[in-house]
Design a protein around this ligand. Structure first.
Ligand code: SF4
Length: 375
């Protein structure tokens, strides 16, 4: 079987840094954009030739924050990259940074999936988490994308936000469902070090929902989404039939991927490659020696197996035992016999001849189950 390889392109620019965000994205470095795209061209030309990719994900940062001219340049660079016929090609867009022309450029560039970062429909909450847009801007942008002809759209939502109430979350979900997107990502807020929220959390001035409220938000969210035709296929991801994100599933199945751009990671032929995080340094290094690597690590078989389990069990369908055997030349039941038996006994896992997966209860305590497999 032909090996699948995914392509990720990182665009590290944002108009403003959201208060919860620890992604490698930056505001106020717009002056680097032109040089960054030139560097990206060199990296793509040297690393992507001779590969036929199965999907593309342009993420960030805010790719849609690029100007029309810059977007054209990006798609011109990508024009020389080979993709399998019908490959899923996603771009992340933030409301307030797109217009008709940009969407048309994306469409002409082969994009067939848009992922909108919205997080909540409540305008007060949007302001309080540092988003640059209102619900009205989002809705305008969403409708414009439909008018341009995008038939596969994801919307990112968050729960567990400071000052968020269960009723507000229900309103958000019911509102979004009416717009009928094909895919909804439904994440809980995690307070990450280095973010504005982390500082507020340290000072004890962040009014977060209790653990109990957060659990209720997860369950009610799941219930609302599922009763409206969105099937949960991963802990935080819901999709209409056949609209699951192919690219992300590739990550969870430990497929090969190449990440280009600052801070991006690659996993290719068993090697983990981490690109330079600092945007200026990334550009300089590419210009000096055409290399963007900061670190190359060769994973051990044990590390790869652990990662495979860790990611694979995030999917509701679980792990394909035959795929594990094909990848590692070992039976999963032999390698993890004790862990599997004990979790099945506790009602946290189930297995068939083909698959191994978490039960509903297992998903609720997934951290606990997954840590069992890390030795
Ligand atoms: S727009 Fe996205 S990448 Fe940029 S700061 Fe906000 S959450 Fe982070």
């Amino acid at each position: 079987m032909k090996k699948e390889t995914l392509l990720y392109v990182h665009i590290p620019f944002c108009k403003q840094k959201c208060f919860y965000c620890d992604f490698p994205s930056f505001a106020n470095i717009e002056y680097l954009r032109e040089d960054y795209l030139n560097a990206l061209k060199i990296e793509i030309e040297s690393r992507c030739k001779d590969i036929e990719f199965s999907s593309l994900f342009i993420g960030g940062g805010t790719p849609s924050y690029l100007t029309e001219e810059e977007l054209r340049k990006l798609f011109n660079i990508l024009r020389n990259v080979k993709f399998v016929h019908g490959a899923e090609k996603t771009i992340e867009c933030n409301p307030g940074t797109i217009n008709k022309e940009k969407l048309e450029i994306m469409k002409e560039g082969g994009i067939n999936r848009i992922s909108f970062g919205l997080q909540t429909t409540n305008n007060n909450l949007l302001k309080e988490i540092g988003r640059i847009h209102t619900l009205e801007t989002f809705e305008e942008n969403f409708k414009l994308s439909r008018d341009i002809g995008f038939k596969n759209i994801n919307i990112d939502l968050m729960f567990g936000l400071p000052n968020q109430k269960l009723d507000e979350l229900k309103e958000t979900l019911n509102y979004i469902i009416k717009l009928n997107p094909e895919h909804i990502s439904f994440y809980s807020l995690i307070i990450e070090e280095g973010t504005a929220f982390y500082n507020m959390y340290e000072k004890d001035i962040l009014n977060l929902p209790s653990e109990e409220e957060e659990r209720a938000m997860y369950s009610i969210g799941k219930e609302i989404l599922e009763s409206n035709g969105y099937k949960q296929y991963e802990f935080s991801n819901y999709a209409k039939s056949n609209k699951e994100c192919f690219h992300n599933i590739g990550y969870w199945k430990l497929k090969d991927y190449i990440g280009v751009g600052s801070s991006s990671s690659s996993f290719i032929n068993n090697k983990r490659i981490k690109n330079i995080s600092n945007v200026k340094k990334y550009i300089d290094n590419i210009n000096i020696n055409k290399k963007a690597f900061e670190e190359i690590l060769e994973n051990s078989k044990k590390e790869n197996m652990e990662e495979y389990i860790f990611l694979g069990l995030r999917m509701l369908e679980g792990i394909d035992k035959r795929d594990f055997k094909d990848k590692f030349n070992l039976d999963i039941e032999e390698v993890y016999e004790n862990e599997i038996i004990s979790n099945i006994k506790k009602g946290l896992m189930i297995q068939t001849n083909e698959r191994l997966k978490l039960t509903k209860q297992g998903i609720e305590v997934s951290n606990y189950v997954l840590s069992d497999f890390i030795r």
